[in-house]
Design a protein around this ligand. Structure first.
Ligand SMILES: [Zn+2]
Length: 550
């Protein structure tokens, strides 16, 4: 079993800079089928151990495998989505090795004739677009799951769950084209995105439907030859992948710098210790004594069936990004964010088709929706705010019935209660009052008249208002030591209707930040003048002139 490796010497950044990492990933994606690849057992996750088994997946003598047609279709769909050339003829092979999780003593995989070869995946990293080669994609069966912990006798015994034995996998092998852990991370993200969009795998890393091994080596910059590589297994999260690669690259450089040699081996990422450990010396293909599986027919893929699969493949992320830019006028950045997952892209499109203006919808989804989903730990599929409801809210904001600021309050209430925008707007009295006479009437309300003695000191009061709450107004008045008539809720809502912001100073002090609307309130406590959409500069002189004429 794993041998602990002594701590590696830290490598100085200038030493590390002289080396170039070379990385290739082998990704196993579990295909979304109802049954296993060679038998009719269920693929359901989380069933009691060893309940989804039969003579075929248990490897009992005399049983015969039959290829699951759906698994082949999904693997072909993945191949096309990854720009791979599908081989008309491919063949299953037996990969022989002994391990308790493999009851037959061999794994059915593909070897010399894989399903598809010579593909590529485009990824965006560090502001640049790069094509990463994909060597091959082949079908294989998964092994059972060894469970070494969680039982009272786990210190002595291991348990095996054969439910996983025979799950359909697509193994996707990249070329050694990746040059940094961050690039490997970007590749895995892009690959996961394509597989999810193509609907071939749910790519659930917690449930093990997407697993990753990495081949890594380093060479001096400028060298053409690759260094000796090691394979790191058990990289079942994006974070582990990046950490393990960073660790392993540093280990390689440290060994080479101290005059040592890297031995070709398979290593295991020890999550708890944060280091890789030697697992076994790397096996070579001949160790597995591959030979064609005599129990399975060769796989023949006709051009017509391939065309049919191509036709049934859902839109892929790159095409969707392009379409969002062209059809909805989004920026490339917004299109990238909104297509991050298929579900998010679907949500955006549902808002638009329910009448939401695309650019506004894009902005609200990225700020309000994603932030709240993130805070509540919910996926977009489970959003309490349905696309149609968001479209309804955006329509109210667009029509000027409520301000953007109120809209965000309404959004929060909708997210929490699941009620419609209309219900919340009317319940909370957030509708803007568009009638100027009504605003004047409200601004002449009692509090203004009650504050009249204070007004008299100034002869006039000028207010630029926002929808600040009474406590905020009080704080502001205290800060500037002002006799400030506090506006009640209905009053400031009325003034908010003009989108006004409070000016920073009263008459007699410097005028700062008079924006949008200014209300000049005369000594009688009545609004003497309103400047709607007041200019941000040169407005003070105009206001002073009006004060003089009162
Ligand atoms: Zn079975």
């Amino acid at each position: 079993m794993a041998r602990a490796t002594s701590a590696i010497a830290r490598v100085a950044p200038e030493v590390a800079a002289a080396y170039e990492p070379v990385i290739g990933l082998e990704v196993h994606a579990q295909l979304k089928t109802a049954t296993k690849i060679f038998c009719a057992c269920s693929t359901r996750f989380g069933d009691p151990p060893n309940t989804n088994t039969c003579p075929v997946c248990l490897g009992l003598p005399g049983s015969l495998p039959v290829l699951n047609k759906r698994a082949l279709e999904l693997a072909l769909r993945a191949s096309l989505a990854l720009n791979l050339r599908v081989q008309q003829d491919s063949r299953f092979a037996r990969k022989n090795y002994f391990y308790p999780d493999l009851p037959k003593g061999y794994q059915i995989s593909m070897y010399e004739l894989p399903l598809a070869t010579h593909g590529w995946l485009e990824l965006e990293h560090d502001g640049a677009t790069k094509k990463i080669g994909i060597t091959r994609l082949h079908l294989e069966e998964d092994a059972a799951k060894n469970i070494h912990e969680g039982f009272p006798d786990s210190d002595r015994n291991s348990y095996i769950d054969y439910n996983r034995c025979g799950m359909p996998l697509a193994e996707i092998v990249s070329e050694p084209d990746l040059r940094s852990p961050a690039e490997a991370y970007a590749y895995l993200s892009a690959l996961k995105q394509v597989l999810e969009y193509a609907d071939v795998s749910d790519c659930n890393m917690e449930e093990g439907s997407l697993r990753c091994d990495a081949n890594v080596s380093v060479r001096r910059r400028g060298d053409q030859r690759f260094g000796t590589k090691t394979e790191v297994k058990n990289l079942n999260s994006f974070r582990y992948l990046q950490r393990a690669l960073e660790y392993e690259i540093e280990r390689h450089i440290s060994v080479l710098e101290s005059g040592g040699r890297i031995s070709q081996e398979t290593r295991l990422w020890n999550v708890a210790e944060g280091r890789s450990e030697s697992m076994r010396s790397k096996e070579f293909a001949h160790d597995y004594r591959y030979f064609p599986d005599p129990d399975l027919l060769p796989v023949h893929v006709s051009m017509s069936s391939l065309a049919e699969i191509q036709r049934d493949t859902p839109e892929l992320p790159a095409a969707r990004r392009r379409r969002f830019v062209q059809e909805h006028g989004l920026s490339a950045y917004d299109a990238g964010v909104l297509t991050a997952t298929r579900a998010l892209g679907d949500y955006f499109e549902a808002v638009v088709s329910a009448g939401g203006p695309p650019k506004t919808a894009a902005s609200w989804i990225q700020t309000e929706l994603l932030r709240r989903l993130n805070d509540s730990g919910q996926p977009v599929e489970a959003s309490p705010l349905a696309p149609k409801a968001l479209a309804g809210l955006l329509a109210q904001v667009e029509a000027g019935n409520i301000t953007g600021a109120s809209g965000k309050k309404v959004f929060a209430a909708m997210f929490e209660t699941g009620k419609s925008a209309e219900e919340i707007v009317s319940a909370q009295g957030l509708a803007q009052i568009q009638d100027t006479a009504e605003i004047e009437r409200m601004c002449q309300a009692s509090e203004f008249r009650d504050a009249k003695p204070q007004f008299d000191k100034f002869s006039a009061v000028i207010l630029g208002c926002s929808g600040d709450s009474v406590p905020t107004q009080a704080k502001f008045a205290a800060k500037y030591n002002l006799n400030f008539p506090l506006l009640s809720d209905p009053e400031f809502k009325a003034i908010e209707a003009y989108g006004a912001r409070r000016m920073k100073q009263f008459l007699g002090k410097s005028f700062l930040g008079i924006v949008r609307s200014t209300f000049l309130i005369g000594p009688d406590g009545r609004i003497a003048k309103i400047w709607d959409k007041a200019p941000s500069k040169g407005h003070a002189a105009e206001v002073l002139e009006a004060v003089k004429q009162l």
